[in-house]
Design a protein around this ligand. Sequence first.
Ligand SMILES: [Zn+2]
Length: 447
Amino acid sequence: MKVISPAIIVTMNAKYEILRDHSLLISKNRIVSIEKTSALESKAKEFGWELFQFPDLILIPGFVQTHIHLCQTLFRGLADDLELLDWLQLKIMPYEFAHNKESMKYSALLGISELIRCGTTTILDIGSLNHSDVIFEQLQITGMRAFHGKAMMDINTLYSKLSEPTKDAIRTTEELAKEFHNKADERIKYAFSPRFILSCSDELMKTTKELMNEFPGTLFHTHASENRIELENVRNRFGKDNIEVFEELEILDDKSCIAHCIWLNDKEINLMKHREARVLHCPSSNLKLASGIAKIPRYLNEGISVSLGADGAPCNNFLDIFIEMRMASLIQKPFYGQEVMNAKQVFELSTYGGAKALHLEKEIGSIEVGKKADLVLLEVNNIHNALIFDEDKIYSTIVYTCDHTNVNSVMIDGRWVYLNREYTTLDVELVKERAREELKKLLNRVN
Ligand SMILES: [Zn+2]
């Protein structure tokens, strides 16, 4: 049993309660009680429970990032100032193809280290064609909560080496789902991941959706409507736009987690709404690849699920949710007015909203009795932080003035993975050193 006593708890429960002088009691991986600090601390002493006192820190739910590419972390800084299709063709796809198990391992570990330090406790991650088993292993070892799936591609006009026959894509996907879905006390789950419509045959898309039905609790993770040239290519092949094609293929529903959705037409927006499909919004990546700005306030007004993700390290170049929250808020204001995407709303998209997008809202996304203990402690006393953080300013303090340097501790599934600014499951100096070595070897394999 563990007792955590912070200064303030930002619960993100249905009433958006902010609690002072309250502590959490955690048994194994769940929050079993929220009580007055004095009462829980004396019980902790009486029963010999572990007591973690943070009298100056703010306790918030762990952040959920719904679109990440751990397999690309090694390529940070190697593909700057390109638009999407060149970025894929000239850089990212050849690099991904050159991965071996060791380079994939350190790419994943580098990404997970950064995500944890930024307070991210759950991710929806898309892999490459190969070595997804390595990513699953590292997610298990480091304690991250994650959906992951291998990228499926049976057509690749950009870089033909990075594709495989339809039946091989299906077979390896099924094997991975059997082996890893619901692993580690259900902390690890499978996401079926056709990369994007242009890299997939109709047969691959439809068969994947059928296969997914055999694995309850999995998701369908893909990219769509990111770039205008992509859009033209989709129209040339299908005579219609991305989401309309998904609808025709009968793959669109509330399990569809679709990254970007920048250039949706009115019909597509309607389809997203009525099928309850999820928009995974990656504002930094959308700007850096010159892709565009998704009409997020409109989607939210329509009641469409929107959550946030950093995308991959080479198109951002951070994996930091604080940067994504800030971007998501600020980029809309010139178009929709100063009041849209306010701090509270954006904080919700990256906590409870992210959990809901992944159908995990009964387990994570808020601090409530019965939920899994995915928690972040923020130390808000840097020179860049607001001097006053009254309750009505707390979301603004977190979203507009915090960054990764404010994260003091992180718990996932009841286990400290970062405590008082020290990793407990990762040797980051070793990860950095080995990642550098593996990148050098990988670049030799590309050339
Ligand atoms: Zn992506």
